[in-house]
Design a protein around this ligand. Structure first.
Ligand code: URA
Length: 447
């Protein structure tokens, strides 16, 4: 009997497990437009309400991966590693850990995304470097990765087209929040990138889209299991995202902070996260023995090799490496505005989501995909949780495209700071690690 979209929606509505064929039918229909949006949307809502088994999540990933081009792991030379963060505020980790991994001898050919909403994207940050090009073809990406050991480019239109179609509908129908849908969306893109080892930084907390540890653990396990089934070495690190990461939130200011971190001068929380994620990458990719990843990461920072690797990548992609030595990559924001403390006290918390929205208001982010970003805009946090402050002392600096935007951003920054009289409890930055290795001899390609 031919498959019918209505029957498949009804089966999921009634809580039944879908077959691989039924899932492929829906994903193909979403990618080629043969199933109308209203049926895809109804199916997505049924998935969110009824859930999917691990087997269904794997079949969904496989179907999405098959919807477009993918890089075969055999096309990449050397020991390859990739990383993904589920998204945070001030999360410039890729700009630090990818050069560390490449400086330690691994190959990183990374496809990254743009920022949307209150979280930023690696591509927008990189493009703050004057001249730097992120629109590499797959051939250019592979050639640069082979030559330099490091290349970061935008996802091509051919990469997992089903995700683009499904994500646009999920965004518009409140169906983003489902572990199987999120895992398949992320893992199909990571698997298409071709790296044999993948480290996932799964963010948990107020500023992340996963708010509690149990849900983050479930998502992490699902993604690790999917990768292992396809023959990739996997590690997921659960890390807290309540406060913005580091002090810079924006584009050029985040590049500035990433460069400082590669010189060994980064903020403590961000530097620690980078050592943890880079350490996992080095161990998983075989560039450091078990338990030695963080120390090796620290070593390539201390020798200057990791910063040199970032400069090499910037130059290879047409950017000016010297801009990494200048504040805000040599750019100047139209308006600079300092937000001061209204009272004496201790900073109890800095709400990551509000700071992310402030940076967006200032001009650093986009509300819709078509919006352009101001590379010089953003927020630099001067005070973070635990800091003592006196009235009139700076809390943060807003870098904005116009006085109106500076005013709106400053209001959000003020609202983000909670000030009290007792130091806050310190939550651990790294909560858990979940690793998965495929059994020996497993194929590297999905069916
Ligand atoms: N990031 C993705 O790429 N996909 C999701 O579904 C959620 C976060």
């Amino acid at each position: 009997m031919p498959l019918s979209a209505v029957d498949i929606i009804a089966r999921k509505r009634d809580g039944l497990e879908l077959t691989a064929e039924e899932i492929r039918f829906f994903v193909r229909g979403a990618a080629d437009g043969s199933i109308p949006d209203y049926q895809i949307a109804a199916w997505l809502m049924a998935v969110v309400l009824r859930g999917m088994s691990a087997r269904e999540a794997y079949d969904l990933t496989d179907a999405m991966l098959s919807s477009g081009e993918r890089i075969s792991p055999d096309l990449l030379s050397g020991s390859t590693v990739d990383k993904h963060s589920t998204g945070g505020v001030g999360d410039k980790t890729t700009l630090v850990v990818a050069p560390i991994a490449a400086a330690a001898g691994l190959t990183v050919a990374k496809m990254s995304g743009r920022g949307l909403g209150h979280t930023g994207g690696t591509l927008d940050k990189l493009e703050a470097i004057p001249g730097l090009r992120t629109t590499l073809t797959v051939r250019e990406l592979l050639a640069q990765a082979a030559r330099v050991g490091l290349a970061i480019a935008g996802q091509t239109a051919e990469l997992v087209p089903a995700d683009r179609a499904l994500y646009a509908l999920r965004d518009a129908t409140a169906t983003v929040q489902n572990p199987a849908l999120i895992a398949a969306s992320i893992m199909s893109k990571k698997l298409a990138g071709g790296a044999r080892a993948i480290v996932l930084d799964v963010k948990v907390g107020r500023g992340a889209f996963v708010k509690d540890v149990e849900s983050a653990r479930e998502l992490a396990k699902l993604m690790v299991d999917i990768g292992v089934r396809v023959g990739r070495r996997m590690s997921a690190v659960l890390t807290r995202m309540d406060e913005p990461l580091g002090q810079a939130v924006g584009n050029a200011c985040e590049v500035e902070e990433a460069a400082a971190t590669l010189r060994g001068e980064g903020p403590p929380d961000f530097s620690r996260l980078c050592r943890v994620v880079a350490g996992e990458m080095l161990e998983l990719g075989g560039a450091a023995p078990a338990g030695q990843g963080e120390a090796r990461a620290q070593e390539v920072i201390a020798t200057g090799a990791a910063f040199a690797k970032l400069r090499e990548m910037v130059e290879a992609q047409g950017g000016q490496p010297r801009s990494l030595d200048q504040p805000l990559c040599g750019l100047r924001p139209a308006v600079e505005h300092v937000v001061v403390a209204p009272q004496q006290g201790i900073v109890i918390s800095v709400n990551a989501e509000l700071i992310g929205r402030a940076a967006m208001q200032a001009g650093a982010g986009r509300r819709r995909k078509e919006d352009t970003v101001d590379p010089a805009a953003g927020v630099r946090l001067v005070a973070k949780a635990g800091d003592q402050i006196a009235p009139g002392e700076p809390l943060a600096q807003v870098l904005a495209s116009s006085p109106e935007q500076a005013g709106a951003a400053a209001d959000l920054v003020k609202a983000a700071y909670r000030i009290g009289d007792r130091p806050p409890e310190r939550a651990a930055l790294v909560l858990e690690r979940i690793r998965g290795n495929p059994p020996q001899g497993r194929s590297d390609q999905p069916r």
